[in-house]
Design a protein around this ligand. Sequence first.
Ligand code: GBH
Length: 503
Amino acid sequence: MANHSVSRRVFLGASAGSVALASAAHAATKAGASKGGAPFPKDFAWGVATASYQVEGAAAEDGKGPSVWDVFSKKKGAIFDGNTGDVACDHYHLFKEDIALMKSLGVKSYRFSVSWPRVLPDGVGASNPKGLDFYSRLLDELHKNGIEPLCTIFHWDYPQALYKKGGWLNRDSAEWFAEYTTLLADKFSDRVKIWATQNEPQCFIGLGLLDGVHAPGDKLTYSQYLTAAHNGMRAHAKAVQVLRARAKDGKATKVGYVVAAQIAQPLTDKPEDVEAARTAIFAVGRHQWNNAWWMDPVLLGKYPEDGVAVAGKDMPKFKPTDLDEMKQPLDYLGINIYKADNYKRGVDGKPQQVPVPPGYPRSGADWQPITPGCMYWGPRFFYDRYKLPLSITENGLATRDQVFLDGKIHDPQRIDFMHRYLLELARAIKDGVPVTGYYAWSLLDNFEWADGYKQRFGLVYVDFQSQKRVPKDSFDWFKKVIASGGRSLTEKVAFPVTQVTPL
Ligand code: GBH
């Protein structure tokens, strides 16, 4: 079928015997190019990622204030099976055990997020010493284990107190975010050098305030939604300014912004299909699932014209200086990559989406077809447009894991997925795209938002009754990948990696 021929020319073919992964050396990677044919740069940030509400639990402990997720998850019908993040992985108490797992995995970096209402129960004003102390102990433990923290300032658990004051609809929300960032910079910038301001604005604004399927569960008008989006990006920019002004070691501090990358990949490697995919990946429709609306203002200082056209009279009025302020220099762009849609040039010359054929492989989550090419085309298109080093701040696969009769958790689907996606990432690096890191989503099975505990994304299985952790097969596999600097990936490739249904 047509999909099987995606980028055939650039396939890493089985016939070659061993997969050719040439040196990933590229001038643009300040992170340091690889030597001796290694597929990834020497100081590549091999990592794992989590987020506060998804793993911490301790939802009402030690003075933590409620977040919109604490409230939303209690609403009838909001979450699969009525699950909540009240306990989640109990990482709040078990973080040392979890860091020991990371150490054993051999990761260089850990991407975590801070729960805003844990450190500022009302969102602004008085801080919570016990909440701050938790992150302080977490950072010390990471340091002790030689793991570099990447701190995401906001990964969706917005303070309920601020939501009551209008949340992102309130213009002051940008100042609230700046105040929160000031606290984190002052307390933690001695130990945190890599920051991400926000995770996936498409989700906390779009899913939370337009579709109403994530917290706080609102279905605002399109115009209100755009206002919230605008204030969210203003908040991001203010946080960047705060970090530049206050971080302890300004020169060593790296600040980024993380989007839910919506990837379009070309159906074939024909130039017209590549250009169709490039057009599609930056096109903006009347919904949140796009890239340019969330990135152009922040990186290029303007809203994309097609998005402004579809917004029409719903386009919010804002101060002309906002756009200048929203564009603050960044050190890297974080892209969370899970899947791609396929595009070709249609007969009318416009990009045409080509659906995957019936029965095409998917993860345990219905929204995730397995499309390895997104790890090549995504970084490439993003780098071409925004010219910033990239970090893959999330990538992973949901499966319905279980403990097998031998007591182990076998997850060959996850291994095959990561193997294919990482080889495609290596190919992007080889072709000159500067990629500084790769963070597997996730270290642990955790609270998967509206899907509750149904979807397991972890390299480590979590029994949510006993809180017992058991590394899955993918954990041991990823450990070898990290230890070999990615060289182990070149073994045992029977099919071209982007050919997911080769029969
Ligand atoms: C990321 O979201 C999140 O950062 C992370 O917290 C999460 O656990 C992880 O991925 C796995 O999902 O689009 O309406 O069908 C990725 C973006 C947004 C993709 C929600 C799935 C499902 C709802 N995700 N989406 S919908």
